[in-house]
Design a binder for this molecule. Structure first.
Ligand code: SF4
Ligand code: SF4
Length: 375
């Protein structure tokens, strides 16, 4: 079972309540960014390029609880930066769990083993560990040799203490689909509850601008990876969103589905873009020109986006918005492995991995930003 039944029921009943109230726009997951500092400097990251006085800031637990209350979403994802570097992160998690929010703390796991004693296992709380693939691929992606082994050690330690653990994986151009499939086997063998996938988004601020995928290439890659699926693989995502990534469905963006709150306020319009901030959640919902966003809007920054923060809520909305959507979800969850001969052929095509045409860059976090060393 990818997620506990109680969590599925909480989300399903929440969505149905919003629909019965006639709400056209409602949040599903609060993206809470309590800090922007990180102990890694991944080449595809668009979150850590702030001046030092911003990187030093931490949101208080009270600010986090207030945001969760204002927003009202049943789930809270805590990305960053690296949340485990926040001195009060355990208080933030504890307070959100006490409010019966399903909390996903996204971490690169460098500090996970060390910080585990600060947390208590709960059905409401999951460590979502950032692992971008098999050892070499992950180390390359996060610009840190040995990063994969540390993450795996943290995952094992968290599982041994009874925590819920999932993985989150971002895929860029040049990804070898066979390697990703082998990575799925590895994570299932390690015992993680389930896995989450996303195509990388081309943040303006990310140091590596060459390896973000366009929509056609995203569909091709995900078709190769997710067709002919093994029954042992478990995903912590809407099955219809995965079908969207595989090119089997079309959705319009739902940017309000995963609203973002951070030290600047409520971010317009979504987790990826920064078109201003509002002080309140109500203002975010009423003041944002939503029609200016999404692939259909013609906004060039949305043209290639298929990210879960915009499109997974669209898939969830379909699941609970019609009998057809619900039946498709049941079918996708239980009865299909997506047999596809063309996708099998894609697995035999040669891949030119990112590593072969880019130097490995090790970021020394003790050095001032911008002094990365190529090896
Ligand atoms: S782990 Fe990497 S992607 Fe995540 S916040 Fe840190 S630098 Fe960015
Ligand atoms: S398409 Fe992507 S970038 Fe544009 S609003 Fe939606 S989630 Fe944000």
């Amino acid at each position: 079972m990818p997620v506990p039944v109680s969590q599925m029921w909480t989300v399903a009943s929440y969505v149905l309540r919003q629909k019965l109230k006639g709400k056209k726009r409602y949040p599903l997951v609060l993206m809470l960014e309590p800090l922007f500092r990180c102990n890694l400097a991944c080449a595809g990251c668009g979150k850590i390029q702030y001046p030092p006085h911003i990187l030093k800031k931490n949101m208080t637990p009270e600010e986090c609880f207030h945001a969760a209350k204002e927003c009202g979403a049943p789930m809270v994802a805590i990305p960053g930066g690296e949340p485990l570097m926040h001195p009060q992160i355990h208080e933030i998690v504890e307070g959100l769990v006490a409010r019966k929010k399903y909390v996903y703390l996204c971490t690169n796991a460098l500090l996970l083993e060390e910080k585990l004693p600060l947390f208590k296992p709960s059905k409401y709380f999951t460590f979502s560990v950032h692992v971008d693939g098999e050892r070499d691929h992950h180390d390359f992606s996060v610009c840190r040799e040995g990063g994969f082994d540390i993450a795996l050690q943290g995952i094992r330690a968290a599982l041994a203490r009874g925590f819920r653990v999932t993985t989150n994986t971002t895929l860029f151009d040049g990804t070898d689909p066979n390697s990703v499939r082998a990575f799925f086997d590895q994570m299932m063998d390690v015992g993680v509850e389930s896995m989450m996938l996303a195509p990388g988004y081309s943040y303006d601020k990310a140091p590596d601008q060459q390896h973000f995928l366009g929509r056609a290439r995203i569909r091709r890659l995900f078709k190769a990876i997710l067709s002919n699926r093994k029954s042992s693989w478990r995903f912590n995502q809407s099955p219809l969103y995965l079908e969207f990534l595989m090119g089997k469905r079309h959705y319009q963006c739902t940017p309000w589905g995963m609203p973002t709150y951070n030290i600047f306020g409520w971010q317009k319009p979504c987790y990826l873009l920064q078109d201003g901030y509002t002080d309140t959640f109500a203002e975010l919902m009423s003041a944002t020109q939503w029609e200016q966003y999404g692939t259909e809007s013609g906004n060039p920054r949305c043209a290639n986006c298929m990210m879960h923060c915009g499109y997974e809520p669209s898939a969830v909305n379909e699941t609970f918005g019609s009998l057809g959507g619900f039946l498709s979800t049941v079918r996708a969850s239980l009865f299909t492995r997506y047999r596809d001969r063309d996708a099998e052929r894609l697995l035999t095509e040669p891949v030119r991995p990112v590593h072969s045409h880019n130097p490995f860059v090790t970021i020394d976090v003790k050095q001032p930003a911008g002094q990365a060393q190529q090896v």
